[in-house]
Write a protein that binds this ligand. Structure first.
Ligand code: NDP
Ligand code: 8X3
Length: 255
């Protein structure tokens, strides 16, 4: 069966890799993101208007998300898989120095954008009694680290929202999966470090991070399993990444 797959944040990283992989599987794709030119390039490269519908969409704009879903052409209306991938981290500073605008942008994108897309596409899935919502969480939603503050908290929201969705959708054929990658080389660090490519490059220097294709393969695996199999959550790190010990400060005041 040809699947219709709606990907948010398809212009880079995991979303773009997913678009490329699903195009090879002859899926019908709805690709969205803010960069129209990149979407047009992908549409031309991956199959043209027949199989790829593109939407310039900022997921933070609730009305635009509603309209984008409402105005899907008939051929692309019955969305089988929603990949809530659009997201970002901004900044790595401690909470007492962080920029509140950055915090709001992360909340608006990673949380609100995800719920707008989900809420608008779920009724169609429910009426067909089939579908799959895949959310891009992160290991940052499980494991705290200095500077993770609001970014990690948005991904903890993704985790619990994914679980609660499963509870609400109990008894339907709709699957929900939360994919939680660790260190992955995409545009993620360039965005987090506000365009400082050199500093971003240093994060991955001398190590072997996850690649966008790795995550695309995992998403594809969860989608292509038989309909009675629901992968709830996948936590994945590159082999070079692991946990550190809990921090103990020996000169903490009051101790
Ligand atoms: P990239 O920066 O490479 O890609 C992010 C994508 O999100 C881009 O296509 C961007 O498109 C889109 N995007 C950002 N803001 C918006 C917005 N307001 N509206 C619509 N689209 C938006 O990052 P990744 O591929 O690495 O990240 C994808 C997801 O995976 C994110 O949710 C991220 O938090 C998560 N993640 C990333 C990890 C990593 O280490 N890379 C690890 C764990 C999770 P455009 O700019 O065109 O709008
Ligand atoms: C991205 C993974 O650990 O850089 O979600 O925050 S991390």
């Amino acid at each position: 069966m040809i699947k219709t797959i709606f990907i948010t944040g398809a212009t880079a990283g995991f979303g773009e890799a997913g678009a490329r992989l699903f195009a090879k599987q002859d899926a019908r794709l709805v690709l969205s993101g803010r960069r129209t030119e990149k979407l047009e390039e992908l549409q031309a490269e991956l199959g043209g208007e027949e199989s790829i519908h593109i939407i310039t969409l900022d997921v933070r704009r609730r009305g635009h998300v509603e309209a984008a879903v409402r105005e899907l052409p008939d051929r692309f209306k019955d969305v089988d898989v929603l990949i809530n991938n659009a997201g970002l981290a901004l900044g790595l500073g401690p909470a007492h120095e962080a920029d509140l605008d950055d915090w709001e942008t992360m909340i608006d994108t990673n949380i609100k954008g995800m719920i707008y897309c989900t809420r608008n596409l779920l009724p169609g899935m429910k009426s067909r009694n089939m579908g799959h919502v895949i959310n891009l969480g992160s290991i940052a939603g499980d494991w705290p680290y200095p500077g993770g503050n609001v970014y990690g908290a948005t991904k903890a929201f993704v985790k619990q929202f994914s679980r609660n969705l499963r509870a609400d959708l109990f008894g339907t054929g709709i699957r929900v999966t939360n994919i939680e990658p660790g260190l992955s080389e995409t545009e993620f660090s360039i965005v987090r470090l506000k365009g400082d490519r050199e500093k971003a490059g240093e994060i991955y220097k001398g190590l072997d991070p996850l690649r966008p294709q790795d995550i695309a393969e995992i998403i594809s695996w969860t989608v292509n399993l038989p309909a009675h199999v629901n992968i709830n959550r996948v936590e994945v790190m590159p082999t070079c990444q692991s946990w550190g010990p809990l921090a103990v400060h020996r000169e903490t005041q009051g101790s």
